[in-house]
Write a protein that binds this ligand. Sequence first.
Ligand code: NDP
Length: 284
Amino acid sequence: MPAQLLDGVALSKKIRTEITARAAIVTAKGARPGLAVIVVGDNPASAVYVRNKVKACEEVGFHSVLERYEAEMNEEALLARIATLNADPAIHGILVQLPLPAHIASERVLEAIAPQKDVDGFHVANAGALMVGAPEFKPCTPYGCMKLLESIEYPLRGARAVVVGASNIVGKPMAMLLLQAGATVTICNSKTRDLAHHTKDADVLVVATGKPKMITGDMVKSGSVVIDVGINRLPDGKLCGDVDFDTAKYIAGWITPVPGGVGPMTITMLLMNTLEAAEKASKH
Ligand code: NDP
């Protein structure tokens, strides 16, 4: 029997209904949640993500500001802009869309964002706090994956979890959240020997490599939960994940589709982080 779908669209809708209601409450207290999105250059993939984020803000009643700059913008000007937004009480979350042009040091830019407004959860202060269990904000994609697991009440305590991919924005924080939930976690990277040996042992398999369809059904444990973070565009224009959905769906117990799995959850958790930043600000 094919796996059950872990539907990120349906779960997002449910969570966004809650966000809309909480946003109305905090707005009535004078702290309408506000998100600033900064884009430098004209990466076409970034343009789509950014449009979706701004549209999602409007739908839940947030204030949003989209700032677009030429690819030639210099780092000092970008840092100055972030300093202004850090001090702006109408802005609770600041997001700088990656990748930035090569002449700008991404780490310096991400670290210029005030940790209390770092709704992407990429600042070293938040990454470090995640290691010890209490970050201001969890990175949106791993946070969304945890919500998907929570939605099926998956018993993570003692479960075997394998994360394929070890980036700072997905793989590493994902592994940390699974560990904190009580799972026994293995992190794989491009140098891992006999990858299938690890993936076949996973009760929960999270894949974030950027390699289209690299995890095939024969690499998946029967009845497991497979979460596919990958978003890849094929030559025919269609989107696919890092998991070969058509073979894995016959082996897994639960699986996320691409599109419609992790993608919408990432934006939803960005909204949640921004809302929580506004709620905290309203208490000061
Ligand atoms: P990165 O390129 O930063 O990291 C990829 C990771 O995968 C690296 O750790 C790399 O290993 C590992 N890797 C690459 N090839 C293999 C392989 N053959 N076997 C095992 N591990 C491998 O990517 P991101 O983490 O930023 O993104 C991963 C994917 O997730 C992309 O498709 C991206 O588009 C998507 N994404 C989706 C989001 C969403 O909202 N759904 C949000 C963010 C990303 P090594 O460390 O050795 O190089």
